[in-house]
Design a protein around this ligand. Structure first.
Ligand code: GLN
Length: 188
């Protein structure tokens, strides 16, 4: 069965995620209104601008349906602004609080090779663009990676949040791991 993975397409770089998903054999679906969430096997909340995304979610009445989707155990990946959207102060899906533009306005964008917990094949090339970090997190949140001791990759149950942009590097290991997780939840 081909997994159907939604990509929140209100704003931001959703097209790059759809491309990677297609390459991995998943069927991407752009999500703009609650009906687009029906029957999804997974969801990606992309990077962009969290303030604009928040307004779009309010306008379309997506907050409740997104919480229901997460509550059903559907795998969700949030990246950069998408990570912010998952936190306590936004959709409240994860027990984390993100600091926006945390690396400062001077260092707006940078790239590093990052070791991530559970990621085989060596460090991941990580592109940070005006990225957040996780400033606080609850005991149920597993930290998978950090920059200068600040968590930038975290997992809590079916939810995965990362501060960088895995869709921009050509290294598809993170998407691959996510799609594997989505496939694992499909009926046999
Ligand atoms: N700085 C943006 C925000 O706070 C996030 C940037 C990004 O997604 N690349 O919403």
């Amino acid at each position: 069965m081909t997994p159907v993975v939604g990509v929140l397409a209100l704003q931001g770089d959703f097209e790059a995620h759809s491309r990677v998903l297609r390459e991995l054999g998943a069927e991407p679906r752009e999500v703009r209104v609650p009906a687009d969430l029906l029957g999804l096997d997974g969801l990606i909340v992309p990077g962009g601008e969290s303030t604009v995304m928040t307004l779009g979610i309010e306008r379309e009445g997506l907050a409740g349906p997104l919480r229901d989707l997460a509550g059903r155990g559907t795998p969700i990946l949030g990246t950069c602004a998408g990570m912010i959207m998952l936190d306590r102060d936004h959709l409240g899906l994860m027990d984390i609080r993100c600091e926006r533009n945390a690396f400062g306005r001077q260092v707006r964008s940078f790239e590093v090779d990052l070791d991530l917990e559970g990621m085989e094949g060596g460090p991941v090339r990580a592109v940070f663009i005006r990225a957040p970090w996780v400033a606080e997190h609850g005991a149920g949140v597993e930290v998978l990676g950090a920059v200068d001791d600040h968590p930038i990759a975290v997992r809590e149950g079916n939810l995965l949040a990362i501060a960088f942009h895995p869709e921009l590097t050509g290294d598809d290991r993170l998407h691959r791991a996510f799609v594997d997780q989505v496939r694992a939840g499909l009926p046999a």
